[in-house]
Design a protein around this ligand. Sequence first.
Ligand SMILES: C[S@@+](CC[C@H](N)C(=O)[O-])C[C@H]1O[C@@H](n2cnc3c(N)ncnc32)[C@H](O)[C@@H]1O
Length: 462
Amino acid sequence: MQKRQVRQSKHSKVSELKIDFVSAPGRTHDAVNPVARKLKALLSEDLGFHIAPVNNGKHNFHSFPAKFPPELARVFIENLTSPGEIVLDPLAGSATTVVEAISAGRTGIGFDIDPLALLMGKVKVTPLDLLKLEREVRRVVEDAEVSLMRRSKIEKALENKFDEGTKEFVDYWFGYETQVELMALLLSIEKVENTDVKDFLKLAFSSIIVTKSGGVSLAWDLGHTRPHKLKQGKEKKYKPAIPEFEKRVLKNVAVIRQNPVAGRKKSIQWGNAESLPLENESVDLIVTSPPYASNAIDYMRAHKFSLVWLGMPVDHLTELRSTYIGSDKVTDFKFEPLPPLPEKVISQLSRSDERKGMVLRRYYSEMKRVLGEIQRVLKPAKAAVLVVGSSVMRGIDTQTDRCLAEIGESLELPCVGIGVRSLDRDRRMMPTSTEARIDSQIEKRMHQEFVLGFLKPNRSEG
Ligand SMILES: C[S@@+](CC[C@H](N)C(=O)[O-])C[C@H]1O[C@@H](n2cnc3c(N)ncnc32)[C@H](O)[C@@H]1O
């Protein structure tokens, strides 16, 4: 990998931006701790991974907004841990870190609160009997096709499937023929007895709906922006759902045949990153990426397109969305005291939009609790790597990288360096275009991600 300059807290480039950056004076972690030395070296490498293979096996089972490249997780796992050690992602998303940890012979553990993320993670790490799986795949596809010939039963099931609000959503976003085909597939999947196989099939089902281009739904785009039904006045062409499902599921079967990943039962679990169900000092490495501030990437907006089919009413999903880190709901929320830089950015934002200021205060409060948990569960002298993007709110850069570094410092979790990676232009597009007159420096930062390296001090250094 190419060498590149790394921003370090002690002689930080941050001063160029006229921001006080809290450093960790007097800590000697580099000299005494090989993890610190390796971490700094890795952060100074080229972390772009833009020439990584497009077909990344299990990582392509289902689309997921803002997932990081598996190579990024792997490089930190392989260099900062040994086989058998514990690698955690408290905001696991599509389980990139957990899969890479397991593949590298480590114990991978991931938590998330998003039902689709949990399904993805479970399917990716659960070993399956391939013969049984192939038999069930054939049976489900045939059964769904046959049942379409006796549509009245399917139509009846469809009539009773959703509550009123959910039905309105489904009728708006799915053509009637597609609804019937999806219902036929679901009824056939429901007949599968083995839960692990059933979940594998449900994930393939979801993956033909939740794609960047809206899959078999009538939405043109689910990847980055608000979904739209019409594009330049044109409606989307109908795509039959059963052949799409068959193509997708067979592709996924081929992937696990070539590259099985066998996790443990609890590799992926429901869990809130702000209060992790883990012992103090029990983890050897954390590699994670938090959501953006202010719902800049709205997982639920896309995920609800398949979750409604998997049995979750729209109202419940709206409620759930408001509990995600970075949500914009600010009532009934417990705010945390924050260090100077986040306070400064929040005040600046509040002057032009008080509510948005509160939304950002919520985000930094949540992230303070997450970093507190990271500090608690990490073993001493071990590292946490956070991949973060910054957001623009009312033309103001939220400076997420520097604010989180400063929050870490305030929690005895010093940030020893910040690497920068450029994003592909079509990945993780931030809503910059909706923000009038942002300067070119901010525009540039919106197409970058920051890789923060935190190190828990040894007890003697504390
Ligand atoms: C940027 S994504 C992680 C992407 C992941 N690195 C990947 O490669 O797929 C952030 C994740 O945090 C999850 N999340 C949000 N709030 C959470 C919370 N309080 N506890 C656990 N997970 C949460 C979201 O559901 C989302 O899956």
